[in-house]
Design a protein around this ligand. Sequence first.
Ligand code: CP
Length: 314
Amino acid sequence: MPFNRKDLLGIRDLEAHEIEHILDLAKSFKEINTRSIKKVPTLRGKTVVHLFYEPSTRTRTSFDIAAKRLSADTYSITASASSLVKGETFLDTLKNLEAMKPDVFIIRHSASGAPARMAQRTSAAVINAGDGMHEHPSQALLDMLTMREHKGRLEGLTVLIVGDIAHSRVARSNLWGLKKMGASVVLCGPTTLIPPQIERMGARVCRRPEEAIPDADVIMVLRLQKERQQQMLLPSLREYSMVFGINARRLEKAREDVVIMHPGPINRGVEISPEVADGPHSLILDQVTNGVAVRMALLYLLAQRAEDRGQRPE
Ligand code: CP
């Protein structure tokens, strides 16, 4: 069995062959998303609960669309509109939802490790939709699918990740995944936003984007988390943009076939200029399109009980 897990909590846990399997399956699901009737009965009768303790546009919507395209029933819980505001604890919330017999929980939480705690206490599958500064595995998978589609491979690619590496679960999941798949990863950002000893994870660190742009096959720009400025971890946004912002002038030294990625949401004019975000090298909306296919693949693999895994979409 190429993928036989109860949960998806992070990319760190996965083997290269499992990542490959998810990407291949996502590729096969892409065709469903181009049909006029975008629905298959694969997960009919399965129940998927979205539990989002943090805001989300892309992840939440694409998991919901993915589940519905596979005919699962979906229910969405937003922390601010739930009994959490009346003081119910995380574990009590989980116990009550568990009593309704869902098949999959998709959880986003500000605390690193919250999905793992949940996974230990439920027989339903748990998918981490982003936890604190820890991991965002479905984002890294859709990023790798997008890179593989446009470059034909992951092995041997040089991927430059620019921005707030220290607080980025997207950077962490991509670093784990890309290293496992044989890519080289270069990290770049203000020294206050680069975790100490990150090189031990197999990345190279550079001080300025110009040092790494000429060799990069992929430039992944991260959202600048503006709240970090209050924590005195950043110079002014203007200075950040001047030194680390990815704009047309900086890309003059890039390869002709470089691709630009960003997990979103974008701060236009801060970490990325509008002409680059909307320009010919940008794959930002391809990432979003691939997000639905990757999440269909994850739901397909995790929502099915062990005995009926292996069935292909009709
Ligand atoms: N990339 C990402 O996680 O976006 P959302 O926060 O909108 O889900």
